[in-house]
Design a protein around this ligand. Structure first.
Ligand code: PHB
Length: 395
């Protein structure tokens, strides 16, 4: 009897010792694309998040660890994204949702974030309206209005006649509207606008129409990654570059990791964007160096990776401020006031009124530097730019 009681006590003590002394791991549900359109972009985003975690986990409160749970939404597939988010929330009990390349997916996830009160930190999807769809959304990426509205103003001083070609979904509609509005306000004329299907587009017939209209400039938005390379190749093959049409757009069309695959047709393409791999800001140089150390000297990160890196920085901030014990409303309050003077893209902040990113926009041109095609930042075309769509549509 005595022996049994002693062994029970010993067992209890052992159990107590074996129990982790630290708080439970904080689960972060990461949704991105590993198949379908943009299948190669998910890994860039995940690599950025894992690298951030690896380098900064020591800065979390003692014992707190991050458990990144990765899910494949298979491309622009809102039903799949919704189901994944639901499972992450209900079954895995994640404390954050993050990632998401495509706008339709982000829109499908928004009501789940609201119902479950799970903060949703968007690291790519860029249609302006998204952040209005849930009070639990905060965006660490960009909006298409932020780049294409200043691009339209700049272009109106250089060109008289412009054509627009965009993918036929949220970010494309935003790019078309923002660019056209600013270009026309500056005295330019939009001589044609075409929307191409998001799935398996053949750009040739659309670009032929553009060529026949002989515009001075063509503004293009297609999802970055392989789509951007496809449109660039078609632009060259159909002789638009040779005919003197100037290709311009948001930075999606000259996404850094694809520049080597695009080749010389990309030379001179002018874009407005919030980040470039070539930028010589110290924080960017540090980011690029850490990336190359982890993933190899030939690996070039892209803007989706930067959005993911900054998303994780914001998540870490919310965790640190709450000493590892999270309340979703407190998390949102903290994220609304998140700032980082030293992102790889320059100073960034969240606008507490809209939960959208505030950042600089740079005018860039693709040039050959040290034998490599690079998005060279020519000037800061806008400082601390808030989403212009929200600014113009304020009640
Ligand atoms: C989006 O769906 O919002 C999206 C997708 C790809 C991009 C930019 C935005 O390059």
């Amino acid at each position: 009897m005595r022996f049994r009681r002693t062994s029970l006590i010993v067992a209890a003590v052992l159990a107590a010792v074996a129990l982790p002394a630290r708080a439970e791991d904080i689960k972060v549900g990461f949704i991105s694309s590993y198949s379908g359109a943009n299948a190669n972009i998910g890994p860039y985003m995940e690599k950025a998040m894992r690298l951030y975690i690896q380098l900064h986990e020591k800065d979390l409160p003692p014992g707190v660890k991050i458990d990144l749970i990765v899910r494949d939404d298979t491309g622009a597939n809102p039903d799949k994204a919704k189901q994944l988010a639901q499972d992450l929330v209900v079954r895995d009990k994640v404390k954050f949702l993050t990632g998401v390349i495509f706008t339709p997916n982000a829109l499908a996830i928004a009501p789940i974030a609201t119902e479950a009160k799970v903060p949703f930190v968007i690291s790519n999807a860029g249609t302006s309206v998204i952040t209005t769809k849930s009070p639990y959304i905060v965006r660490l990426s960009f909006t298409l209005w932020q780049s294409t509205y200043p691009l339209g103003t700049w272009a109106s001083k250089k060109f008289k006649r412009a054509y627009t070609l965009v993918s036929d979904f949220g970010p494309g509609w935003d790019a078309e509207e923002a660019f056209s509005k600013a270009f026309k306000a500056g005295g330019g004329e939009i001589v044609g606008s075409v929307r191409v299907p998001i799935a398996n587009p053949d750009f040739a017939p659309f670009l032929q129409r553009v060529k026949d209209a002989k515009p001075d400039a063509l503004m293009v938005f297609v999802p970055a990654g392989k789509f951007a390379t496809a449109v660039m190749k078609s632009f060259g093959d159909l002789g638009l570059r040779a005919a003197g049409v100037k290709l311009i757009g948001p930075g999606d069309i000259t996404t850094d990791e694809e520049l080597p695959a695009m080749g010389d047709v990309a030379l001179g393409v002018t874009t407005v964007f919030h980040w470039s791999a070539a930028a010589d800001r110290p924080a960017n140089k540090e980011f690029i160096a850490a990336w190359k150390k982890a993933y190899g000297n030939d690996s070039i990160p892209n803007f989706e990776a930067v959005g993911s890196w900054d998303s994780m920085d914001a998540i870490f901030y919310a965790i640190r401020e709450q000493k590892g014990t999270l309340d979703p409303d407190k998390t949102m309050e903290l994220l609304k006031h998140y700032t980082n003077p030293n992102s790889p893209r320059g100073p960034i902040a969240i606008d507490p009124a809209t939960r959208d990113i505030v950042q600089n926009e740079y005018l860039r041109e693709v040039r050959m530097v040290n034998g490599m095609l690079q998005n060279v930042e020519l000037e800061t075309i806008g400082t601390a730019v808030k989403d212009p769509w929200k600014e113009l549509n304020k009640q």
